[in-house]
Design a protein around this ligand. Sequence first.
Ligand code: NI
Length: 386
Amino acid sequence: MSSDSESSDVLSWRRYLHQNPELSFKEIETSRFIESTLQGFGVRTWRLAPTGVIAEIGTGGPIIALRADIDALPVDEATGTPYASANFGVMHACGHDAHAAMLLAAAKSLSVRPPATGRVRLVFQAAEELPPGGAQQLVEAGLLEDVSMVFGIHVQSGLPVGMAAVGPGPVTANSDRFEILLHGSAGHAALPHQARDAIVMAGHLILALQTIVSRSVDPMSPAAVSIGQVEAGRAPNIIADRARLAGTVRSLQAPTQAIVEQRIRDLAQTTATAFGGSAEVRYMRGYPGVENALLPSGLFAQAARDVLGEDSVQGALTQLAGEDFGHYTRRVPGAFLYLGSGSEGRDFPHHHPRFDLDERALDYGVQVWLRLVDLALDRLAAPGPT
Ligand code: NI
């Protein structure tokens, strides 16, 4: 397993980052810290997007990419730990501090024992938490053009420490947003026949939208349509001429995503028309779902079994959460692994003010990274289909 210095490095880096969280696209000190730490052990680094740090170890090809996200959330930390956020109102409440620390520790090890063949590209990615996210910029800048496989680890408080989950197929959802503006015409509340009530349109439309998942989507294909905001009206005695609905759509499969978008558009138009009004629909596709490919997820599962034990690795943990790692798996074969970080008192949900992790997960994560690098570069160097 790991040496003592590796363990103390990853722990102190994680706590340093935890205490100094920065919001998405504003990871100024975080990226400086990552850069100078990497340079401290002789690793070459460069910037892609202002706060993304890329590093590379090894020579020639093939190349695999390992990704850690580095941003924090607008959450008021309530853990009471000695390493709690010193930047009140901002918190590493999703474990991205752990991701960055684990990848730094893996980089330190690899800098001493670089891979015999091929290269490891380390991706410290900004802004996973805030759409449009940092991944898309990196992909557009050509980050993956010469990369054969891409991998990501996310700690998971709902999974006990010492466990991991990875397998082929969907891991997270396509996560989209929509906004509907309903237009009617205003009037006196006592003279409804002279107006076109946008609130009544909204009421019917809210119920109609509930039928998309239950009546239009294949029950074997998961999806969620949720309206999170409704705004209309200015006074009890005025009929509203305008209503605004905004919501979120999650889906795992592209055909389902397309059906949901089309049904939202159709229902908004026809409902508004039925009540004498009109609708404007804005549908914004967000992070694509993370889709684990067969070979990379097999290699990741093997690495996790080698480190954690045969019975400690379960299949894919699919959630309708959003994760911009989907931009990577859409481009090259890849896999995303959930690393258990939960234990009693350390199992608050991600994004909760008391979220924390069982820090034993840190060492496991570093070891899984190192084992994966060996397995993946060996496999890519071997003849035969990939
Ligand atoms: Ni996260």
